[in-house]
Design a protein around this ligand. Structure first.
Ligand SMILES: Nc1ncnc2c1ncn2[C@@H]1O[C@H](COP(=O)(O)OP(=O)(O)OP(=O)(O)O)[C@@H](O)[C@H]1O
Length: 258
């Protein structure tokens, strides 16, 4: 089942943020939304998660309008890791991850399934080592992984991650990207907003490049992350080539000279 947006428009007040967006995201793929600051990436992700109501068009899961889904159904099917998510109360990591099971609870406390899902999510994100530590005493990177574990614990069909690599060191960035790719290989739909073009080149199965609230290009990495597209959208001078194994390599040389 795919996640798709049809002629979607969204305005913050009277200012149009997204206009005429048509895009399709397939389960089993790691899709990446790219675009400069303010292009509308988070707003699009919020529409896909059903947290923003489009002013025109629709975001759909298969044929179902996401904005019209009952919230508990939506929360079971679509897990969102918001940008810059923070926690200000001293809940333990494990208790925070357990909150990801709320859509599944039936009032009788945690089931064996809940405990298994929580343990699996903490193991996958390497957060089990600080399961009993208060979240307020973790580093930014550790906290980011716990917040991702919370999404995974809900075992949603779709994982929407808004800048999931913020605060992570390079090693953990690769681990999280690997984890998101594994989730996609396992059949889930994964849509991540990223800023790092190198990561997008290396990990994305599908890219949607936004520019000023519209889709500038979408498709396979090699069709979207091209030197002319990067020059227009980001104003950067980039060189793309293939290495001896056929993998795309990106070199950002600098800003375009005007
Ligand atoms: N709550 C809001 N009220 C008014 N305008 C907003 C609000 N949230 C976002 N915007 C505006 O909508 C536009 C798109 O914002 P959005 O956060 O979707 O962009 P983004 O591509 O995710 O940016 P970034 O890479 O900086 O996170 C921006 O111009 C932003 O200023």
């Amino acid at each position: 089942m795919n996640l798709n947006v049809q002629n979607l428009g969204f305005a913050h007040g009277s200012t149009a943020t997204l206009e005429g967006i048509n895009a399709s995201f397939e389960a089993g793929r790691l899709s990446v939304i790219l675009g400069p600051n303010g292009a509308g990436k988070s707003t699009l992700l919020a529409c896909l998660a059903g947290l923003r109501m489009p002013n025109s068009g629709a975001a759909k899961l298969g044929d179902e309008d996401i904005a019209a889904m009952p919230a508990p159904t939506r929360a079971k099917r679509i897990g969102l890791l918001p940008q810059g998510a923070e926690t200000h109360w001293a809940i333990t990591s494990e208790a925070l991850v357990a909150l990801g099971r709320i859509p599944h609870l039936r009032g009788a406390g945690a089931s064996a399934d809940d405990r298994r899902a929580i343990a699996a999510a903490m193991h996958a994100t390497a957060t089990d080592g600080f399961a009993h530590h208060p979240i307020t005493q973790l580093s930014g990177g550790e906290r980011a992984r716990v917040l991702l574990a919370r999404v995974l614990a809900g075992e949603p069909e779709w994982i929407l991650a808004d800048e999931p690599l913020a605060n992570l060191d390079p090693g953990y960035q690769l681990d999280i990207l690997d984890l998101l790719r594994q989730q996609a290989r396992g059949g889930k739909g994964v849509v991540a907003v990223l800023h790092d073009l190198h990561h997008a080149v290396r990990f994305a199965d599908h890219v949607v490049l936004l520019h000023q609230g519209s889709v500038f290009a979408q498709g396979a990495v090699d069709d979207v992350i091209t030197a002319p597209n990067l020059a227009t959208v980001y104003g950067i001078d980039a060189l793309l080539s293939k290495d001896e194994e056929g993998a795309t390599q990106l070199l950002i040389k600098g800003k375009m000279r005007s």
